[in-house]
Design a protein around this ligand. Structure first.
Ligand SMILES: [Zn+2]
Length: 633
């Protein structure tokens, strides 16, 4: 579930400013004041709390039945099948319980009974994990030959073929039961670097105050910093940057030690299991070859020219000869957000996503009509947006905090992309292969954003609106995702490699690595963006460096989504069918890199990034024309 929640982080961060501003403007409603039609229908999971409790007790009652299979899975193909059938059936029911508990807590976190249900289900999950821990080692102990014979003898085992193949692939990294027990115990404090970072930066680190040009005094929380760095007032931005980074600079020895602690923990597990590197260990969770990671970094470096073109064009749009780093979060255009109401977005998305076919649109309409979505903010509701397709037998749920902006429409397209991926995979795949890997998780979501952008560009009438749409894509997808996340990925790799060589991570080392990298990406030496010395400490602010090679998937996903969406928009024969068969409906039925390649984006091919930067260049051509017109050329 941790990774499922992480999926929403990036978009949440990107949109945090917009949401918080908008949310603060209107007094937030109580959930009871919001009409039913705008609230997700959790009764589709369980008609009542009583039914939820019965389902929970039902899982409890099955633990003794599961225990019967202990030390017996190898008895016969029929026994193996019966044991796995029960295990996966229980897993499916536990997920539905988890989904329900999360949905009711996220609706209003102030309701303490709901919190209590959630913690009960967390305990149930932990119990299920320990009670089923015999399964993997027993399968590994069977060996390839015995398993092959069992698959031949029992056709009903076919649905477990890929999950078992994955277990066998990883078996060389599984240690003896005694060693696994020790590693399991170490797990209890293995993430303390990250947890301590979290507590320190979110709770204990003193927050400085600044006085803005209008005389108001603001405490620099991350959210406020994020808002001010988008402000049109340059002096406010500079003050916020200097103060916020200056404050982190004061504590950077602690931040360096926390990051070092966390990365040493990852290195410990990778080494104990016999992986050649932390990167190989981390990517092995999805069977992704580290070559994909190197290929991404090489692609970003190779495609720096279009990024640098963006930086020059943005300087021109802002009327400057070069950018300061403190200009980086100012929107490309001062044009106001395009307003979109909740009623409008439903029609817009139905039309914008039409290239994905009638079936897609039909399900989309049902998502709106049948209350898959929790639309508006209310007191106590979770912030941001996400989609959960965790309950296999039920439709996905989408959490939204709708505030009538085009950014919300993009978020809606994005989250519905996740939801449609889950819906199609859950409908098509048997449960054991329904869950898609994080490596492909952001493809369907980003692809929908591309389709929405293209549709809107055809609809809008004024240059101002076009400029807004084009600039928004360049700021978010090109700068914020492709280049910024790859810059993070490159930094992360350097940091891990240093620890692997037995070298310490000090604040001076981290500062230097970070600043050199930022200056290379932002063309500091080319005179494109003046990257100040104090930016060196930004590594201390980014939680993602604790996530063990997670962020690179944002970049690979936006590139893959562009490659596939270009083919679908162009009506290339077979493109839509390939996307359905190998992505939307494929779940976790094969290696994600293989699936994505069949769906239309071969990430082992360096050209996989070309469609995205070609789109960026097209958008920049258009912006140049608009600017020429404005400047009377
Ligand atoms: Zn997402």
């Amino acid at each position: 579930m941790k990774t499922k929640r992480l999926l929403v982080l990036l978009s949440t961060i990107l949109l945090a400013a917009l949401l918080s501003v908008a949310v603060l403007q209107a007094k937030e409603k109580e959930r009871s004041e919001i009409p039913e039609q705008y609230k997700w229908k959790v009764t589709d999971l369980y008609p009542s709390i009583e039914a939820f409790k019965q389902a929970r007790d039902g899982v409890q009652a099955d633990f003794p039945k599961l225990a019967v299979f202990k030390d017996r899975l190898g008895e016969s193909a029929a026994t193996l099948k019966a044991g796995l059938d029960l295990f996966y059936n229980m897993e499916m029911r536990v997920r539905r319980l988890e989904d329900y508990a999360s949905r009711i807590v996220d609706s209003d976190a102030r309701v303490s009974e709901n919190k209590a249900y959630q913690s009960e289900i967390q305990t149930l999950r932990a119990k299920f994990k320990s009670e089923s821990s015999f399964i993997q080692p027993e399968i590994v102990a069977l060996g390839e030959d015995r398993l092959a014979a069992m698959f031949a003898a029992e056709p009903g085992l076919a649905v477990y073929r890929f999950p078992i193949a994955e277990t066998m692939r990883r078996q060389k990294y599984i240690l003896s039961p005694a060693e696994e027990k020790i590693l399991g115990a170490v797990g209890a404090f293995a993430d303390d670097g990250y947890y301590t970072f979290n507590v320190f930066s979110n709770a204990d680190m003193p927050l400085p105050e600044i006085t803005l040009a209008d005389g108001s005094v603001v405490t620099l929380t991350y959210t406020n910093f994020d808002n001010i760095r988008r402000s049109p007032v340059a002096a406010d931005r500079v003050k916020a940057f200097e103060t916020f980074f200056g404050q982190h600079n004061k504590f950077k020895r602690t931040f360096a030690q926390l990051l070092f602690t966390q990365i040493k923990a990852y290195a410990f597990f990778a080494e104990m299991r016999g992986y050649e590197s932390n990167l190989a260990a981390a990517l092995d969770r999805d069977g992704v070859d580290p070559q994909i990671y190197y290929s991404l970094i090489a692609a970003a470096r190779r495609h720096l020219p279009p990024f640098h073109r963006y930086l020059k064009l943005k300087a021109r749009a802002l009327g400057k000869d070069h950018l300061e780093y403190t200009d980086m979060y100012v929107p490309f255009t001062a044009a106001a957000e395009i307003p979109v109401t909740w009623e409008q977005v439903q029609q817009i998305l139905v039309e914008a996503l039409q290239p994905l076919g009638d079936d897609y649109v039909k399900v989309l309409q049902s998502a709106f009509r049948d209350r898959w979505i929790d639309v508006f903010p209310n007191v106590g509701k979770d912030t941001g947006a996400y989609s959960s397709g965790w309950a296999y037998e039920v439709h996905p749920f989408v959490l939204m905090n709708w505030t009538d902006t085009y950014s919300d429409a993009l978020t809606m397209a994005h989250e519905l992309g996740h939801a449609m991926h889950s819906y199609n995979s859950n409908k098509t795949q048997p449960f054991p292969t329904s869950d898609y890997s994080t490596f492909v998780a952001e493809v369907a979501s980003t692809l929908n954003e591309n389709l929405l952008n293209d549709y809107m560009l055809k609809q809008v009438k004024t240059d101002e609106e076009r400029f807004y749409l084009l600039g928004n894509f360049l700021d978010n997808t090109i700068k914020g995702t492709l280049f910024r996340q790859t810059q993070f990925a490159e930094f992360e790799l350097m940091v891990h490699q240093r620890v692997a060589k037995g070298e310490a991570l000090t604040d001076e080392v981290l500062d230097k690595m970070y600043l050199d990298l930022a200056r290379a990406y932002y063309g500091h030496d080319l005179g494109l963006v003046e990257v100040p010395d104090y930016l060196a400490v930004e590594w201390a602010i980014i939680p993602h460096f604790y996530y063990n090679f997670y962020v690179f998937q944002y970049s690979t996903s936006v590139a893959a989504a562009s490659a596939i969406s270009e083919k679908i928009i162009a009506g290339e024969p077979g493109a839509l069918e390939a996307y359905y068969a190998n992505l939307l409906r494929a779940g976790g039925s094969d290696n994600p890199v293989v699936l994505l390649a069949k769906a239309g984006a071969d990430m082992t091919n360096p050209a996989a990034y070309d469609a995205l930067t070609a789109r960026a260049n097209r958008y920049m051509d258009e912006i140049e024309k608009i600017l020429d017109k404005k400047e009377g050329k």
